[in-house]
Design a protein around this ligand. Structure first.
Ligand SMILES: *[C@@H]1O[C@H](CO)[C@@H](O)[C@H](O)[C@H]1NC(C)=O
Ligand SMILES: *[C@@H]1O[C@H](CO)[C@@H](O)[C@H](O)[C@H]1NC(C)=O
Ligand SMILES: *[C@@H]1O[C@H](CO)[C@@H](O)[C@H](O)[C@H]1NC(C)=O
Ligand SMILES: *[C@@H]1O[C@H](CO)[C@@H](O)[C@H](O)[C@H]1NC(C)=O
Ligand SMILES: *[C@@H]1O[C@H](CO)[C@@H](O)[C@H](O)[C@H]1NC(C)=O
Ligand SMILES: *[C@@H]1O[C@H](CO)[C@@H](O)[C@H](O)[C@H]1NC(C)=O
Ligand SMILES: [Zn+2]
Length: 281
């Protein structure tokens, strides 16, 4: 138990998504039992949003709550080659990027890519379905607000980016076996353009961080195309984590009247074509 408490201290010192915060250091959160998601709001005064917040994540994206929004634009991502470090972040496996990894522009606001990490199984559900894994690419604007771009994965063919990272993931796992729960592996320069997939469809809503302190006003973009990774890759992502963090997805939270907006390139084209036809000539 002492070991577990120690590395959870470390987890909190670097937090899963948010930057270190002196007031919350040393508070253990987990995915089951006394420190499970239902208890997060009571673990620390700074975590109350986890229980009283009305704009929490993840959610189940259901058809009847999803609205096509013709004002939404295709996702503008501009990632650059940058130094990266693969990290055993205790509650997940993450990749931290050096400065200048690029940015995503949402509603004319520029958010810089900071890190990405994986959850198994997926946190967001799509039309009632929970998938095998979910990738969160975490971006932050100058004013501190977050935008997360999420991809869902089902079990299938290998995911090319993770295939490239295989040796490094194995190294994290070996470090863990040797007793190092917070190992880091330098990845060197990685071409983030490989993970910047063109997307024809996405869902957008306002939610929260899915780990304490569950801060709200996070702009979420969930890509509509479910991608694949192999079963071995899911296991590899789990392998450096302690048993209680291998399943690291927070249950779905109530929508509380929020709207989920949808962008769909094909629908946009269709509308444009039909409106052109309608124009008198
Ligand atoms: C549609 O998307 C635009 C651009 O993001 C946004 O400003 C607007 O509020 C959305 N419309 C509705 C009805 O939410
Ligand atoms: C990238 O990392 C390597 C090794 O850690 C370091 O020598 C190099 O200066 C870094 N480059 C940049 C642009 O940060
Ligand atoms: C976003 O910010 C980065 C870094 O500050 C800058 O290089 C980039 O041009 C900006 N992009 C937009 C669309 O404003
Ligand atoms: C764990 O790994 C990190 C980075 O790889 C290193 O800085 C640290 O000293 C290691 N800790 C132990 C106990 O081996
Ligand atoms: C919420 O996010 C929007 C967009 O990033 C920002 O303009 C606004 O100031 C934020 N509101 C709060 C209360 O942080
Ligand atoms: C994770 O969840 C799956 C499916 O609910 C379950 O079969 C498995 O035992 C869980 N693993 C751990 C380590 O809790
Ligand atoms: Zn996450």
């Amino acid at each position: 138990m002492i070991i577990i408490i120690k590395f959870c201290f470390f987890a909190m010192a670097i937090l899963c998504v948010a930057p270190a915060n002196a007031q919350t250091q040393g508070v253990v959160f987990g995915y089951g039992g006394k420190n499970g998601p239902n208890r997060w709001g009571h673990l620390n005064p700074h975590y109350t949003k986890c229980s009283v917040g009305k704009l929490q994540s993840p959610i189940d994206i259901q058809r009847r709550q999803t609205f096509y929004n013709r004002s939404l634009e295709s996702l503008h991502r501009d990632y650059h080659t940058t130094n990266a470090t693969l990290v055993n972040h205790v509650c997940n496996v993450a990749m931290f990027f050096g400065e200048g990894a690029g940015d995503v522009v949402i509603d004319n606001k520029n958010y810089s890519l900071m890190q990405m990490h994986w959850h198994t199984p997926s946190e967001h559900h799509l039309h009632g379905v929970q998938y095998a894994a979910e990738l969160h690419m975490v971006h932050q604007a100058k004013d501190g607000s977050y935008a997360v771009v999420a991809s869902l994965f089902k079990i299938g063919s290998e995911e090319p980016f993770l295939s490239q990272m295989k040796d490094k993931l194995v190294k994290l796992k070996e470090e863990r076996r040797k007793g190092n729960q917070t190992a880091q592996v330098e990845v060197g320069k990685i071409d983030t353009r490989h993970i910047e997939r063109k997307t024809r469809k996405y869902f957008r809503y306002v939610g929260s961080l899915t780990t304490p302190p569950c801060s709200e006003n996070v702009s979420w973009t969930i890509l509509g195309k479910v991608r694949s990774m192999s079963k071995e890759q899911v296991e590899l992502l789990r392998s450096p984590l302690d048993t209680s963090y291998k399943n690291n997805s927070r249950p779905c939270q109530p929508l509380n009247g929020r709207r989920v907006e949808m962008f769909h390139e094909l629908a946009t084209e269709k509308q444009e074509t039909s409106s052109k036809k309608k124009k008198p000539n």
